[in-house]
Ligand binder design. Structure first.
Ligand code: PMP
Length: 366
């Protein structure tokens, strides 16, 4: 069977050359005589793999020196708890959350178990269609907060921050960047901590990347479970226990692909914009046949969300697209509609095929 164009939100499509490299190595790694699924995490082979993965991430994102790059488990969902356990439990102030979609709301739910949380801004009443404007956010945040948490791209609603919001004073900005990590250059220096589940742009499910500024570690309270304490990951180079060896190996391959085949994040961002514009143009030129979910200024370049006039039409769209090899387009079960996830590894041809299908379906929606 040929590979489909896979528009699913994560686990998501991976670069073909990465899959082929993993396939070549899967049974026997050259010079090692065993599979990456079998090799010890203490082996020199894995040491090189994890070192290269960190080096590639640092290079791609221009991570400044005082930041650590670590590999955690438990998904981004575990970060929803780890962040407040490490940064709020010991604090005598509130953490502030800017909620621009369903994942931000989930992050609040976990943080409330750890300390005092204030929702500084929420798009819930409007159905999560936008991020706040810079004046709104400036009014909403307090310089006394323990930290401010944002979701740089809301995967379910397709709402993305175009710019990093400015923080009052030296309040650390914490970001869930699961679904736009490595999709464009970012100024890591603007963040206190940034985390991302790998299974969208960085690799397979099973590993979560966290980039944390060193000074934040000094206020982590003692007594946290070791595997929920960022210091454990920093002190042991992400190898306090057995890390997800294969997942980290694929992250290494994906970051190598971004570095060598794509040529870096600026080029990747250019490609991502080109792809997203094709779909948003198809929406905007459909005379209301497709209705985009997000306000234009908050549109995600990663998850393009829209709906048709009825649930029935949505379902027919998804079914007919699937017949044409365009898979995974059904919107999240909580919001319905259509969602095309067009992460880094989705080729332009896949998006062109979807845009062409959208035009023909709008003409004859049978
Ligand atoms: N945050 C965002 C923005 C996400 O898209 C997701 C997963 N789709 C999560 C958090 C949860 O990630 P995980 O399933 O890795 O816990």
């Amino acid at each position: 069977m040929e590979r489909l164009y896979n528009f699913s939100p994560g686990p998501a499509t991976l670069p073909r050359s990465v899959l082929e490299a993993a396939q070549r190595d899967l049974v026997v790694l050259p010079g090692i005589g065993a599979s990456p699924l079998e090799v010890s995490h203490r082996s020199p082979w894995f040491r090189e793999v994890i070192d290269e993965a960190v080096t590639n991430l640092r290079g791609l994102l221009a991570v400044p020196d005082p930041y650590h790059v670590v590999f955690c488990q438990g998904g981004a969902t575990q970060q929803f708890s780890m962040v407040p356990m490490n940064l709020l439990r010991g604090a005598d102030t509130e953490a502030e959350y800017v909620v621009t979609g369903s994942w931000g709301a989930r992050a609040v739910h976990e943080a409330e178990k750890e300390g005092r949380v204030r929702i500084a801004w929420s798009g819930a009443a409007q159905g999560y269609t936008r991020v706040p404007a810079s004046e709104e956010i400036a009014r909403a945040l307090s310089p006394a907060a323990a930290y401010v948490h944002v979701t740089t791209n809301e995967t379910i609603e397709g709402v993305q921050w175009a710019d990093v919001p400015a923080m009052p004073g030296d309040v650390p900005l914490i970001a869930d960047s699961s679904s736009d990590f490595l999709s464009r250059p970012i100024d890591v220096g603007r963040f206190g901590l940034l985390y991302a589940g790998a299974q969208k742009n960085a690799g397979p499910a099973g590993v979560t990347i966290a980039i944390v500024r060193d000074d934040l570690l000094s206020s982590v309270p003692d007594g946290l479970p070791s595997m929920l304490d960022y210091r454990t990951f920093v002190e042991h180079g992400s190898m306090h226990n057995t890390p997800p060896v294969f997942a980290i190996y694929v992250v290494m391959l994906v970051t190598r692909w971004l570095r060598d085949e794509v040529g870096g994040l600026a080029e990747q961002a250019r490609r991502n914009l080109e792809k997203a514009v094709l779909l948003y143009d198809a929406i905007d030129e459909s005379e209301g046949f497709y209705r985009g979910h997000a306000e234009p200024s908050s549109r995600s370049l990663m998850n393009v969300t829209f709906r048709l006039a009825s649930d029935d039409l949505d379902a027919r769209f998804v079914a007919q697209a699937a017949e044409r090899g365009l898979a995974g387009l059904k919107g999240h079960r909580r919001v319905g509609g259509i969602r095309a996830s067009i992460y880094n590894a989705m080729p332009l041809e896949g998006v062109e095929a979807l845009a062409t299908f959208m035009e023909s379906f709008a003409r004859r929606p049978s």
